[in-house]
Design a protein. Structure first.
Lengths: 424, 591
């Protein structure tokens, strides 16, 4: 009975059964339309995340809520559409508090994977840092609201044996979150709870006491990577470079942990080549405190948590031709931003006033003109100065860093392997 | 009332019909001032739902409270028009007189004070609702008197205002379509005379298009509903009028309820529907009795009920559903969800309402003005109607005018009038920035004052089509503040289901704040434009799609204005950063 129709996707003519879902049809024909909320057997499709936005018969709209029809003309991979879809995923990162290094689902997360897939290294949007709850009250699960992208999957799919909902949206607007019914949740079987966790495209639903089924190491997406290294046949190391020709680099760790600097040193023997090619000016590696000259490249680790960070960062901007934000903290604030959802006074009072001290009765919050002043929140570097490039990762892979540096300084072509670009 | 189960699916009624949930919640809200945990559980049980589902519904609508409120609940309007008419002073007055801050309830449980977006009284701002009774043209002294009277035992019903209709202008030479005298039953009688097919033909000839904002040809909607095989069918009147600055539907209900009812009946007759529902926004609860009275009258006259208007087999009933505070419920599919007792989340475009609407059955949804116009068109006939307006855009349009003008109110203009003419009629005072069709519409500058208001040239954008309102702002007004007010509105009223609107509105607001604080540069404006376009292309419903359109247009049309707000010293590298503000919290610890 099924009727076949002809549609066009990016100019390619495709025959497909009428009425089938466009995302699936595209996939079967080798055209990838990114999607997050789409879950094949949920009908009608949820259409909440909008990551699958394409142009259908000239009109922008989600592919996952489209049924294939005769003459349908779909644009998927135009530059604008690619950027639009990327923006939506960036929005999710900016909206939630996705601190991947601290997430159980890292490596098994559809959102994270979509980030890689679309090549996101930093978001164009300022992160919103909304204060959200981590709810330990449910019997079987922990609800990590920081990580929920409100895809609605759990809302429509997770039901008790007698068909009662377990999850539902609460509030509206930017206050919307997915509430959990403690009573109903307790009635779920162990297996149903695990299914809910798997259903969730992010790490928002975590089953208690369940050791993550997969160990850290190789993850489901790792296995899919078949990238080969790109070998540039002309290595700069082979060229002789005079002292004058050496490029000058400055580095700094602002509100970071020096982990990125450690990673910088992690290229082992290549380090010896490197010293031939560059000199380090102001940097913790050389312990040079002041810029002695203008530098070609400034590498920034960490975001800005105090006034001194801001001044230093501006100094770098003034003295460096190119500024690179190295690592998550520099890119968008990273782990230190965990305090961004809590008022500064609460943080300080917890740390200094309500804590135990070995000088009883001497509770004060340190304040001195020589101490840098703490900012109300941690700022990403690109909120303060223009950043030219971002190298994400926590920490970024050493090879990735040097490949990027070589490219920036000498234009050397390079490829980054998947293994060097996954940070979970 | 027997009508309260209109829409329940016959035969399947094991548990209570979920469509009654909103009414049940209202009962509890009205009686005890809030909805308690116990209420949630009881209702969940009655409707066979999980508690969280009821909780989800309650938390979606901002007139439902989960914490005790008070005997007198005050909702002060914080729309932009209210702001320009002294909102801040009025809020202070309320706070002073009641002794509570906004958002609070006093200890004795006498007063609670909340803010709410436009309540459809922009022609008499500042205005507030107290226990959903309207109080208009407020000033500090009146606030004091009102609160004193309430303290002394007066009821809000006894001291509230009866808002003026403020019909300022009708198309001259007997060309008024809406406000001419209406004789009960006349339009329906005419429809019966000419038959369903001719009704559709007449609407087609007269090019009646939806007056709720989307301008969809009404005849097409009715025709496709007529052709649907499923039954029963529904006719729904969208009286949610949530677009800030718009109040034409309010005035139509006050003055033309009969033609509204008859428009719905004609629609029901044409498409073969059995039930009509009016979705009335809670802000207009004070108008409910007007509709009820007319419905009652129609029933008594045999115009509603069984074999309506003497047409054999045409059974048609109308009930009223009151909303509970949510702008997005004006979006037709969100409205359907709300009618079904759910959160007002717009549906995807998987089905159209005429195919599967209310309870998955064929449904026609039209705006109040559309139904009124349909009744009038059938009553007067295509030929007479086509003489009004301009070729290609016949008829008249109701426009709600507010803001900086001497004569705010309703203007029934002939399509084809220019902006300049309208501004002159309402005696606009030094107009500078005009918001047409509300925050989700478009803004125009005085350079465009010779543009016509019509349904023509939609693509070339030569003429302006107007959803129903003109908000006029003079040169003293701060455009960024206006746009911030809009962005706050969209941020709060987004249903929260799709990413671009939920997160985007928030992000855009942060950008506007930067602009307001003088920290932005040209690149920020560029980003606003680009991000706004992304929201337009990716949002699920009209709310997100249009929420940035005025902003983008404003940057284009009032570029000089925005330019003056930018960081001039920006060298492309160091961004402006307010160090003082950022270290203010820490400075508190200076000893
Ligand atoms: C966010 C949003 C709010 C809306 N609010 C209203 C409203 O308050 N009243 C209305 O009649 N239409 C409103 N609409 C338009 C409706 O979706 C729908 O187009 C209209 O009710 C159809 O009736 P019409 O064809 O008679 O205009 C809104 C649309 C959107 C996207
Ligand atoms: S908890 Fe997970 S499945 Fe549920 S809405 Fe959030 S992201 Fe989606
Ligand atoms: S655009 Fe806004 S209101 Fe519309 S569905 Fe998306 S979140 Fe809801
Ligand atoms: S995958 Fe299409 S909207 Fe989420």
């Amino acid at each position: 009975m099924s009727k076949f129709v002809e549609i066009k996707i990016d100019g390619k003519v495709i025959r497909a059964e009428e009425g089938r879902n466009l995302v699936t049809v595209a996939k079967e024909n080798g055209i990838f339309i990114p999607s997050l909320c789409y879950y094949e057997h949920i009908e009608p499709p949820l259409g909440t995340c909008r990551v699958c936005t394409c142009r259908i018969n000239g009109k922008a709209g989600p592919a996952c809520t489209e049924r294939v029809m005769e003459g349908m003309d779909v644009e998927v991979n135009t530059e604008t559409l690619k950027d639009t879809r990327k923006a939506i995923v960036e929005m999710m990162f900016a909206e939630g508090n996705h601190i991947c290094p601290a997430c159980e689902k890292s490596g098994n997360c559809d959102l994270q994977h979509m980030g890689y897939e679309l090549g996101i290294s930093s978001t164009r949007f300022q992160h919103l840092f909304k204060d959200r709850l981590i709810d330990f009250k449910p019997t079987r699960m922990v609800m990590e609201h920081n990580r929920c992208i409100k895809c609605m999957r759990c809302v429509v799919e997770v039901k008790t044996a007698d068909g009662k909902s377990v999850f539902n949206y609460l509030n509206r607007g930017n206050e919307t979150y997915v509430g959990i019914d403690y009573q109903q949740e307790a009635r779920l079987s162990e297996e149903q709870a695990l299914q809910a966790m798997q259903l969730c495209p992010t790490g928002a639903i975590i089953v208690k006491s369940d050791i993550m089924p997969k160990p850290f190491g190789d993850r489901k997406f790792d296995l899919q990577s078949e990238q080969k290294d790109y070998n540039s046949n002309e290595s700069i190391v082979r060229k002789r470079i005079s002292e004058m020709g050496k490029k000058k680099i400055a580095t700094i760790s602002l509100a970071g942990c020096f982990g990125c600097h450690m990673s910088l040193l992690d290229i082992d023997t290549e380090l010896l080549d490197m010293v031939e090619l560059v000199t380090f000016d102001k940097s913790p590696l050389t312990d040079i405190k002041r810029f002695s000259t203008r530098c070609h490249l400034g590498i920034i680790e960490g975001g800005c948590c105090n006034a001194e960070n801001i001044e230093t960062l501006r100094l770098f901007r003034e003295h460096c031709d190119i500024l690179v934000a190295l690592g998550e903290c520099a890119v968008w604030g990273g782990l230190p931003t965990m305090r961004n959802t809590i008022p500064l006074s609460e943080c300080l009072e917890e740390a200094y006033l309500n804590s135990v001290t070995n000088e009883p009765g001497n509770h004060i919050v340190p304040y001195h003109e020589d101490l840098p002043k703490l900012l109300d929140r941690v700022y990403a570097c690109n909120e303060i100065v223009k950043i030219d490039y971002y190298i994400p990762g926590c920490p970024p892979d050493a090879n990735h860093i040097w490949k990027a540096v070589k490219n920036l300084l000498w234009g050397e072509a390079y490829s980054i392997l998947y293994s060097e670009f996954k940070y979970d | 009332m027997a009508v309260s189960n209109i829409g329940s699916r016959p035969g399947k009624a094991k548990t209570e019909f979920r469509g009654n949930l909103l009414d049940e919640l209202w009962k509890r809200q009205d009686v005890s001032g809030f909805i308690s945990d116990a209420d949630i559980s009881t209702l969940a049980q009655r409707f066979n739902l999980a508690d969280i589902e009821v909780e989800g519904v309650v938390s979606f609508y901002h007139f439902f409270h989960r914490k005790p409120t008070a005997r007198f609940v005050i909702y002060l309007n914080n729309s932009i028009i209210s702001e320009t008419k002294g909102f801040v002073r009025i809020r202070e007055a309320f706070e002073r007189e009641t002794g509570i801050m906004t958002g609070q309830v006093d200890r004795t449980g006498t007063f609670a004070l909340f803010l709410t977006p436009c309540i459809g009284l922009s022609d008499q701002e500042p205005a507030a609702l107290i226990n959903f009774f309207p109080f208009t043209n407020l000033n500090a002294i009146r606030v004091k008197d009102i609160i004193t009277a309430l303290r002394n035992g007066a009821s809000p019903a006894s001291i509230c205002d009866m808002p003026e209709n403020n019909i300022r202008y009708m198309a001259p030479d007997d060309k008024s379509v809406f406000f001419r005298k209406f004789i009960t039953g006349s339009a329906m009688a005419r429809a019966k005379e000419i038959g369903a097919a001719a009704v559709i033909e007449t609407l087609k000839q007269t090019q009646l298009a939806g007056r709720g904002g989307a301008n969809f040809p009404t005849w097409k909607k009715w025709q496709s509903a007529m052709l649907q095989p499923a039954a029963p069918k529904y006719v729904i009147c969208n009286a949610d009028e949530g677009e800030p600055g718009t109040f034409k539907d309010r005035v139509l209900i006050c003055t033309q309820a009969a033609s509204l009812i008859e428009g719905m009946m004609i629609c029901g007759y044409t498409v073969g529907a059995q039930y009509g529902i009016i979705y009335l926004r809670a802000e207009y609860r004070w108008l409910k009795h007007i509709l009820e009275d007319v419905i009652k009258e129609y029933k008594e006259k045999g115009l509603l009920g069984k074999d309506c208007a003497g047409i054999n087999g045409f059974d048609f009933e109308i009930r009223i559903q009151v909303g509970a505070g949510s702008y997005v419920c004006g979006e037709e599919t969100a409205l359907l969800e709300s009618l079904e007792g759910k959160r007002g989340e717009p549906r995807t475009k998987w089905f159209f309402p005429v195919e599967r609407g209310y309870m998955q059955l064929p449904t026609v949804i039209n705006n109040v003005e559309t139904f009124c116009a349909a009744a009038r068109i059938i009553e007067m006939g295509a030929a007479a109607y086509l003489k009004i307006g301009i070729p290609g855009s016949p008829g008249t349009k109701l426009i709600s005018v507010s803001g900086d003008c001497k004569r705010p109110g309703i203007y029934e203009i002939e399509w084809g009038m220019t902006v300049a003419e309208l501004l002159e009629l309402c005696e606009a005072e030094d107009p500078y920035y005009i918001q047409v069709s509300g925050p989700s519409g478009e803004c125009i500058s005085m350079k465009e004052k010779y543009r016509r208001i019509s349904m023509l040239d939609l693509l070339s954008r030569k003429d302006i089509r107007c959803g129903g309102s003109f908000m006029i702002f003079n040169r003293q007004r701060d455009l960024v503040k206006i746009l911030l007010n809009f962005s706050e509105f969209f941020k709060k009223e987004s249903c929260g289901v799709c990413t671009p609107c939920r997160a985007g509105s928030f992000i855009i607001q942060r950008k506007l704040e930067r602009l307001d604080n003088g920290l932005a540069n040209e690149k920020d404006l560029e980003e606003i434009r680009s991000w706004g376009a992304i929201m337009r292309d990716t949002s699920r419903c009209g709310l997100g799609k249009t929420s940035t359109s005025s902003l983008i247009l404003a940057i284009e049309k009032f570029h000089d204005y925005f330019e003056a707000k930018l960081d001039k010293e920006f060298n492309g590298l160091n961004l402006k950063f307010d160090m003082e503000a950022a270290t203010k919290d820490y400075e508190k610890y200076k000893t």
